[in-house]
Design a protein around this ligand. Structure first.
Ligand code: ACO
Length: 316
């Protein structure tokens, strides 16, 4: 943003969305051939069948963002703010948002958010707040190249992660807008559960992350729904962080929502961290699973530990 603030808004609408995945697919069979693992173990324990690997965070983010701008019929010049959620920036500095801004020819403020796999929902809520402060059009991207921070010889993590990006355009609107309720949380005392040193690889206490993930997904979803004045029965589409089918199944059971209402892409993407929620959202919308007026619940969890939920009323 530059110059005077735009007219202050009271809400935002999602007017465009886009996704990007690398061309190269790595199947479970390929991992089975070089690691002490099996297609059966990976499928049964995680639900993942293949993941896409390659590219840089900036390239994937720009590709998804370009698609989102086209879908919203928005010019680069009309974007007031760019927020990129990532925990795998291409460089220590500058922010990957600077690369995306330059690639797309945007002329606006641009910064990164790091809340690991919860990052996209954090960025969505932050972008909405900035919209209410006067940014009329905000581009929000979630992008990660997890393959770069994963030890490809470590079977406990190599089978889980993939690369990708997803983006949405948020436009300021009169009235309450689409974001009806949200919840952001963090418990830094648990940061040892999932971490990567600078220049190092992801280390994870998988079982403990699993246990806590289910709990925070349920609590955070319920908090966001309560703030929106809704219950789980009102939710038409659940878009959970795509880490593990068993985590999503357990969270759905405890929340009391049928699995059929959950958006699922992890079988072909793996865990793409900040990209996973916008990838699953874009896939569900493109498949015609979301109608105008539907209630969409986004819920993520990740390193930190962090968690984040957002309740949207789709279509404007
Ligand atoms: N292939 C075969 N065997 C394996 C593999 C593999 N790829 N990985 C682990 N094993 C073995 C283990 O060594 C262990 O063997 P042992 O019993 O002889 O010791 C056995 O399988 C069971 O391992 P567990 O870790 O107990 O398996 P679990 O059922 O917990 O599944 C998993 C592991 C898939 C990692 C699960 O715990 C999980 O999904 N956790 C959450 C992970 C997650 O969501 N991380 C991302 C968070 S988001 C972010 O911020 C990046």
């Amino acid at each position: 943003m530059s110059g005077p603030l735009g007219r202050l808004s009271t809400g935002v609408a999602v007017t465009g969305w886009g996704v990007a995945l690398p061309d190269t697919a790595v199947t479970n069979a390929e991992l089975e051939a070089r690691l002490d693992t099996s297609d059966r173990w990976i499928t049964e324990r995680t639900g993942i069948r293949e993941r896409r690997i390659g590219g840089t965070t900036g390239q994937l983010a720009a590709a998804a963002a370009r698609q989102a701008l086209t879908a919203a019929d928005a010019t680069p010049a009309s974007v007031d703010l760019l927020v990129v959620a990532t925990s795998t920036p291409d460089q220590q500095l500058p922010a990957t948002a600077s690369t995306v801004q330059h690639t797309l020819g945007l002329r606006c403020g641009a910064f990164d958010v790091n809340a690991a796999c919860s990052g996209f929902v954090y960025a969505l809520v932050a972008g909405t707040g900035m919209s209410m402060a006067g940014a009329r059009r905000v581009l929000v991207v979630g992008a990660d190249v997890m393959s770069r921070v994963t030890d490809q010889d470590d079977r406990s993590t190599a089978v889980l992660f993939g690369d990708g990006a997803g983006a949405v355009v948020l436009d300021a609107v009169e009235g309450p807008g689409q974001l009806l309720g949200w919840d952001l949380g963090s418990d830094g005392s648990l940061r040892h559960l999932l971490q990567a040193d600078i220049g190092g690889y992801v280390q994870m206490e998988g079982k403990e992350v699993f246990r806590r993930a289910v709990r925070v997904m349920v609590e955070s979803s319920e908090m966001a729904l309560q703030r929106a004045g809704l219950t789980i029965d009102d939710v038409d589409l659940l878009v959970p962080h795509q880490a593990n089918t068993r985590i999503i199944t357990a969270a759905c059971e405890r929340l009391g929502i049928p699995m059929e209402r959950a958006a699922m892409v992890l079988h072909r993407t793996g865990n793409t961290s900040a990209a996973s929620i916008p990838l699953a959202l874009g896939d569900a919308v493109d498949a015609g699973r979301v109608a105008k007026g539907d209630i969409v619940l986004l819920v993520g969890f990740g390193a930190g530990m962090t968690w984040a939920s957002a309740v949207l009323r789709w279509g404007q």
